[in-house]
Design a protein around this ligand. Structure first.
Ligand SMILES: [Zn+2]
Length: 214
């Protein structure tokens, strides 16, 4: 990844500034996540009510039913799915972050402090994107990884949503926005911090992954 000095400085200060200034809360409130109870992932950080859970489950079921969007080889063409269809498949919070480049409030996501052994799949298309072996505690309130499981599956682009350039990262299979990557983690093997929204991920324990491979 090519990073200019100016860009590096911007990235380094971005999320920590947001967190310290409380701006992340402002953004999240704007996007309707303001009622989340930080530190209690089951309390509704993502509006995880029964109806939301049911919709999330329903969204997973719908993935399997998306025959009309299948490629010739039977594989679903996730990039051909319309925004209207994504809205039906995802919860409002998932849609806002994954499809409209939103950001969940710091410390509100269900995975920022997760240390369990396993993989993290894309919420939208189930592609394995990150591994717990490459997760670290960045103390920013968002799940952080020092590299993706498979670099080919995580794409990058530059966004200026906060008025300065940041490197946005997304799922290469379905274009779901995941978060951003910063080069402010010298304690990691790569020096990078993939700052990912929990709502864009679905954790799968290692044992279940291994079983699925058989
Ligand atoms: Zn995806």
């Amino acid at each position: 990844m090519q990073l200019s000095t100016k860009d590096n400085k911007s990235r380094r200060s971005c999320l920590s500034c947001l967190a310290s200034l409380g701006l992340a809360s402002v953004f999240s409130s704007t996007w309707g996540f303001g009622k989340a109870n930080a530190g209690d992932p089951d309390s509704g950080a993502f509006g995880a009510s029964d109806s939301t859970s049911a919709k999330a489950k329903d969204g997973i079921d719908n993935k399997a039913k998306a025959k009309s969007k299948s490629k010739d080889d039977g594989e679903i063409d996730y990039k051909a799915i319309t925004n209207a269809e994504w809205k039906k498949r995802l919860t409002p919070q998932q849609y806002k972050v994954c499809r409209e480049q939103g950001t969940e409030r710091a410390y509100s996501g269900k995975y920022f402090d997760t240390k369990a052994d396993g993989a993290y799949r894309c919420t939208c298309c189930d592609t394995v994107l990150f591994d717990s072996k490459e997760k670290f505690d960045s103390k920013t309130g968002w799940p952080s990884f020092w590299q993706p499981s498979d670099k080919k599956m995580v794409g990058e682009s530059v966004d200026h949503l906060l008025g300065y350039p940041r490197t946005e990262v997304h799922c290469n299979k379905c274009d779901a926005h995941l978060g951003h990557v910063f080069d402010d983690a010298p304690q990691t093997p790569t020096g990078l911090r993939y700052c990912i929204n929990s709502v864009c991920l679905e954790f799968v324990p290692r044992a279940k992954l291994e079983k699925a491979k058989d």
